[in-house]
Design a protein around this ligand. Structure first.
Ligand SMILES: [Zn+2]
Length: 691
């Protein structure tokens, strides 16, 4: 939609002043089978760390493998799931390499173990004639619970194509029975995106399908990802390793599942909200007890107990991992104590009689003893993270040191389901400090820190320039002191972003650190950093576009908050206008006001002296949000009604900046310097549509 003016910067200087000989001094070598031409094999130091991990982890406990295989009925009937748009949405064989070897020396043994468990693909019986799961057709499971007249789906995968394929596999093996209800466990897209495989507006209206969800589900469905969407997207490329090659030197899964499917993400509004803390409700003839758990894993989430089956659905509150208190892509920090208390409540409400727990990721646990063990273990994991971190914080340990001080008690860490395959103990402990105390460590030097681009040259100058830094960096690398090496090489990176020798050495350090990590988010982040340092940022970086379903879920208020974020204050200086906005079909009223270079909105009011009154339908707003039809076109067609000075919409549009998740994280990694013509970055939801 926009022409991008790319100017190849003449300032882009290839750093040719160094030979490769120094880097080859490192006691590591290019790995011939590595996907990247500069990719290195793990060093002896890395191998030692992985060997030690193998010796210290409870590999003799193989219950997970029994549980993840139990009840297997059938695998997928075709090698891929095709997206309706024509591309491959899911490749069932992408991660075959994980099962080809017992170990890879570039993968933490615990990470590989989890990847092998997640790799178990197909239809599984959880409870005969009652509960079935299709696993590894997407990041999340698609779970089917037998109702009186049809299937009740617990979480319909992330995309319609995966959900549809899951149902086809179920039908092929158990006979075709319709879906009569969908239960959304929580407001993350991998738990609702596939819903249109099972329902549409008509089926809901006629009562053929009902959709049950936790309180505030719809408000939260996309809210978490709107305000800071671009950086979340960009950081997500690091955490999830979205652009890494899938192989033993790159992406070996995400711990929670192997990956996300690339199909269509849909959303249908729930027909029934669970609003009580604990609420009984019958779905397709099956009595259920719902436990709302807001503010733990997600802002809107609920567990479900099915008494007649003695089965407990733990949503994403208890899966086979230590989850995120802090999610690296960026999200509000979660409350570990609250999380622990919800698990404890489930344990005391349902735990004494539950015979199976199952969840939206990973595999079930059978037998009351095992159920109680897992619930207790996870309860204590989150409680310990909260309490011990605060215990140390109360003795002066800061956010910058906490990950070096906090240690998971051995009895907790020895349980595989408590391992950091999604959240990491390192970043979760820092998150607890952040939750209570914020980012400042109390040291004045960190109150208003200098920009790194200004402080780094000072360090580099004091260290005698690039040469001694690289020499010392190689020394540290050879000693296996990769973190120490990154400290000084990062200074060089920020002082001399075009110093490719320094970048390559830093990349080598990141790579070894990546191989050493158990947590996929840390592994992916280090490895992605290495790739960007070696060959620049990927050209594939693109914003995910919002489907009309998701845009419709965005509240009008949220939409205008985001427009307020898109306003460039410098362009809005001196502008003053007031718009009355009405969405006739649901009677929403807003005043949108530009003053002091700031756009604000208030719901439920109308200004007496507005410059413009705009009457537009919610669907019309959604069309503007997704760029399908601009407000200007809607006014021209009579779909929207404008009364007053429409010029204020042009004024507003002229201040808006389009966000794109393709900014540099590591300096000097953009292949070409992008000269930004300010006009190119004006998004015009009014005239050109807002993507
Ligand atoms: Zn999930």
């Amino acid at each position: 939609m926009k022409k991008s003016l790319l100017i190849i910067s003449i300032a882009l200087i290839a750093f040719i002043g160094c030979s490769d000989s120094k880097v080859q001094d490192q006691n590591t070598k290019i790995a011939e089978d590595h996907y990247h031409p500069k990719g290195k094999a793990p060093t002896e130091h890395t191998l030692k760390i992985l060997e030690a991990a193998k010796a210290n982890l409870p590999f003799s406990d193989t219950r997970d493998f029994d549980e993840a295989s139990k009840g297997f009925i059938a695998g997928p009937s075709s090698p891929t799931i095709m997206a309706d748009a024509g591309h491959v949405a899911w490749d069932h064989h992408a991660y075959d390499f994980i099962d080809e070897k017992d170990e890879y020396n570039s993968v933490h043994p615990s990470t590989l173990r989890q990847a092998k468990l997640v790799n178990k693909t197909g239809l599984f019986e959880v409870m005969p004639d009652k509960i079935y799961q299709v696993r590894n057709f997407d990041l999340s499971n698609c779970t089917f619970v037998r109702g009186k007249t049809g299937w009740i789906v617990f979480d319909p995968c992330m995309s319609v194509e995966s959900a549809r394929a899951a149902k086809e596999l179920l039908d092929a093996n158990l006979g075709e029975i319709p879906v009569t209800a969908v239960v959304y466990s929580h407001n993350h897209a991998d738990h609702f995106g596939g819903v249109r495989a099972f329902a549409n507006e008509e089926a809901i209206k006629s009562g053929k399908v009902e959709i049950v969800a936790p309180v505030d589900f719809m408000e939260e469905a996309i809210a978490e990802n709107v305000y800071a969407g671009a950086p979340m997207n960009r950081r997500g490329q690091y955490q999830y390793g979205l652009l890494l090659e899938v192989d033993a030197y790159g992406h070996v899964g995400q711990g929670l599942g192997q990956n996300v499917s690339k199909g269509f993400t849909s959303l249908l509004e729930p027909t029934k909200y669970i609003t009580e803390k604990v609420e009984k409700y019958t779905v397709d003839g099956i009595k259920m007890v719902f436990q709302n758990t807001p503010g733990a894993e997600a802002p809107a989430e609920m567990n479900t107990y099915i008494p007649e089956m003695k089965a407990l659905w733990m949503a994403e509150n208890v899966t086979g991992v230590f989850h995120n208190i802090y999610t690296l892509r960026g999200a509000p920090v979660r409350d570990a104590l609250k999380w622990s208390k919800y698990i404890n409540e489930a344990l005391y409400l349902f735990g004494s009689e539950t015979e199976v727990i199952f969840a939206s990721h990973h595999w079930p646990r059978w037998g009351n003893e095992r159920v109680q063990e897992v619930l207790r273990g996870q309860r204590d994991l989150y409680a310990n993270m909260n309490n011990q971190t605060l215990h140390y914080a109360n003795q002066g340990v800061t956010i910058n040191e906490m990950h070096n001080v906090y240690e998971t008690p051995k009895s907790i860490g020895d349980q595989w389901y408590n391992r950091g395959y999604h959240g990491s103990p390192e970043n979760n402990s820092r998150a607890v400090v952040n939750y209570y105390l914020g980012h400042w460590d109390g040291n004045p030097v960190n109150l208003i820190p200098m920009p790194q681009t200004e402080s780094a040259p000072l360090y580099v100058e004091m260290m005698g320039g690039a040469k001694p830094i690289i020499k010392k960096g190689i020394e540290l690398f050879n000693e296996g002191k990769y973190l120490a090496a990154t400290e000084i090489l990062n200074k060089l990176l920020f002082a001399e972003p075009q110093n490719q020798e320094g970048k390559d050495l830093l990349a080598d350090c990141y790579e070894q650190l990546g191989y050493q990590q158990e947590n996929p988010g840390l592994r992916n982040s280090f490895l992605n950093g290495a790739v960007e340092l070696r060959s620049g940022m990927s050209q594939e970086l693109a914003a995910s576009t919002m489907s009309l379903d998701l845009a419709k879920a965005m509240s009008t208020g949220l939409f205008f908050e985001f427009i307020g974020i898109m306003v460039d204050s410098k362009k809005a200086e001196g502008m003053e206008f007031t718009i009355n906005l009405v969405t006739p079909e649901n009677g929403e009223k807003f005043v949108i006001e530009m003053s002091n270079a700031t756009l604000t909105n208030i719901e439920g009011y109308q200004a007496k002296d507005a410059d413009l009154t705009l009457s537009i339908s919610r669907i019309g707003l959604a069309q503007a949000m997704t760029g399908k039809k601009t407000i200007k076109d809607q006014i021209a067609d009579g779909d929207a009604k404008a009364d007053g000075d429409v010029g204020v919409l042009s004024q507003l549009a002229s201040t808006l900046v389009h966000f794109s998740p393709d900014f540099e994280i590591l300096p000097g990694t953009k292949a070409t310097a992008k000269e930004m013509d300010s006009e190119d970055f004006e998004v015009d939801f009014y005239e050109n549509g807002h993507e």
